[in-house]
Write a protein that binds this ligand. Structure first.
Ligand code: M6R
Length: 364
């Protein structure tokens, strides 16, 4: 049931504050200001390396998790697209854990990768939305997302719920390794507890995004850029736009544009820039200015402080609440989802059932 929404995707975008709160609730103890995982079948302190493996949007969640895990827990993380994992004969040593991320728990490549990791002595864990799925049955550790059924082919709420679980996982791993003191744990828990309200504040800018959509809908190509943990969001934004509006889109690490893609820039290529104020803001803005100097039309997504500093020559802006850099990827997911959604609606495509795509990809 779509309720009063026009599409399942729209409904699922707007559900995020609730389902993310629900998901985080299973991994946080807000009163004690602690993070907590369900009972573990192995000791996190013994994990020496992590391989994260997934496809599509779930892969981009894994990419954010790599930043979080390495930053908080200092455990090296390798990241693979599931269809590549087995065939490159990955080095899987003792003390390794393989972490799979999947909304459906049935994606053939991810399931085959899970089996490969288990056969090669890895502890296996899965972040999964469907509790009865094959991956949930086969993994040593199941970390459920509580997103509820996701109907739209373009993944939205499953993604932000995956991020919630992965942030809590990163904090737990850090604590198990003695790298998270009580004050830092308290800080992380309080930041995560802020996410649902920050998501509501982001959703409040829906009308402004809808208003700019017809302009973006005319573009043949759109680029997205971000830095650090917001770089995966650039990739995710581009994937969402491609999937449902059929506009060619690419995401880049902001600093990488000048190594080639900037040759594409002219006044017909909108560039969506994600730049929360914080440690990486200045660098991202200088990459944005390189684009503007070549006639690029920028849509800047930032908080009031960032917009005050850098909005001047932009085609449009999307305002986000001011949030800590740690949780920014969860909040900045919303405007890129909404932008893809409204552009697709403006183009009149089938938002919930885009051509050539299936909700769950059960062939390799
Ligand atoms: O069910 P999974 O999370 O394993 O699915 C992975 C991808 O097929 C999926 O994320 C796909 O990329 C979505 N259509 C993205 O919106």
């Amino acid at each position: 049931d779509k309720g009063n929404h026009r599409h399942f995707m729209q409904k699922e975008i707007f559900e995020q504050p609730v389902v993310v709160a629900q998901t985080l609730g299973a991994y946080l103890r807000p009163l004690e200001e602690q993070v907590a995982l369900p009972a573990l079948p192995f000791d996190l302190a013994e994990i020496r390396r992590i391989s994260i493996v997934a496809c599509g949007t779930s892969y981009y969640a894994g990419m954010v998790a790599k930043y979080w895990i390495e930053q908080l827990a200092r455990v090296p993380v390798e990241l693979d697209i599931a269809s590549e994992f087995r065939y490159r004969a990955p080095v899987l040593e003792e003390g390794g854990m393989a972490l799979f991320i999947s909304q459906s728990g049935e994606t053939a490549d991810t399931l085959a990768a899970l089996r490969h990791a288990a056969e090669n002595g890895q502890k296996t864990a899965v972040v999964v939305n469907v509790a009865s799925s094959s991956m949930a049955r086969e993994a040593d550790l199941v970390l459920p997302t509580h997103a509820g059924p996701e109907i739209g082919v373009a993944s939205t709420k499953a993604f932000t719920c995956q991020l919630g679980v992965l942030a809590a996982f990163a904090a737990n791993l850090a604590r198990a390794r003695g790298r998270l003191d009580a004050a830092e744990e308290k800080r992380i828990v309080n930041l995560l507890a802020e996410v649902p309200a920050a998501m509501n504040a982001a959703l409040a800018h829906d009308a402004a995004i809808e208003e700019m959509a017809p302009v973006i809908a005319k573009a043949r190509d759109v680029l997205y850029m971000g830095r650090g943990p917001d770089y995966p969001l650039a990739l995710e934004g581009a994937l969402k736009l491609k999937e449902i509006s059929y506009i060619h889109a690419e995401g880049y690490a902001a600093g990488e544009l000048k190594h080639g893609p900037i040759a594409l820039i002219d006044e017909n290529v909108p560039v969506i820039v994600m730049a929360p104020s914080g440690p990486l803001f200045e660098k991202t803005v200088s990459n944005m200015q390189e684009v503007q100097a070549r006639g690029g039309q920028v849509v800047l997504i930032s908080d009031p402080e960032g917009l005050r500093a850098a909005a001047e020559d932009c085609l449009a802006t999307i305002e986000m609440p001011h949030v800590d850099a740690f949780i920014a990827p969860m909040v900045y997911a919303i405007p890129v989802q909404l932008l893809a959604y409204h552009v697709a609606v403006a183009k009149g495509t089938d938002v919930d059932q885009p051509r050539n795509l299936a909700k769950s990809v059960t062939v390799e």
